[in-house]
Ligand binder design. Structure first.
Ligand code: S3P
Length: 170
């Protein structure tokens, strides 16, 4: 069984996937890192040299060519991955998909000043994108409200994946 974490930039997908892998022996997978390795460029370079559409195509390929072989993985997805093509449906066939739902203010606090995220250069545009994507993320199997410590958030994820219940089912 895989755990797939989805949500906006800065919602804690990578941190929580790492925590899950450390504590429960899942293999940690980060889709942005797979893309950077495959393309031999950073995400920012891909966006500026090849454009977003190209990046989205590579994201789609990564699901078809690499994620489909995951078994017992904690997968941190890129923030836009589930919102393009039929990616969300495919992710849902890999295992439990968990939406980390963090308030925009929390996200802004974590992400501001980071040059690594091409879609966060303009805060107003990022905010618009955040609200536009909520509907897509909410198609996940389960939504975890990101509040309190990361250990608390981890606990909420564990409750769902190991005991089959939690805060809200989608
Ligand atoms: C993106 C999120 C980023 C990365 C790329 C595009 C998005 O991943 O995939 O910059 O469209 O939201 P993180 O969510 O890990 O920052």
């Amino acid at each position: 069984m895989n755990i797939v974490l989805v949500g906006f930039m800065g919602s804690g997908k990578t941190t929580l996937a790492r925590m899950l892998s450390k504590k429960h022996g899942f293999r940690f997978v980060d889709t942005d890192k797979l893309i950077e390795k495959k393309e031999r460029m950073t995400i920012s370079e891909i966006f500026s040299l090849k454009g977003e559409n190209y990046f989205r195509e590579v994201e789609r390929q990564v699901i078809d060519d690499e994620l489909c072989f995951c078994d017992n993985c904690a997968i941190a997805t890129g923030g836009g991955m589930p919102c393009f093509f039929d990616n969300m449906e495919k992710l849902k066939t890999l295992g439990w998909v968990v939406f980390l739902k963090a308030p925009f203010d929390v996200i802004l606090d974590r992400v501001k000043g980071s040059s690594k995220r091409p879609l966060f250069k303009d805060v107003e545009k990022a905010k618009e994108l955040y609200f536009k994507r909520i509907g897509c993320y909410s198609k996940a199997h389960f939504t975890v409200e990101v509040s309190g410590s990361k250990e608390k958030v981890l606990e909420k994820i564990e409750k769902f994946i190991f005991r089959g219940y939690g805060e809200s089912y989608n």
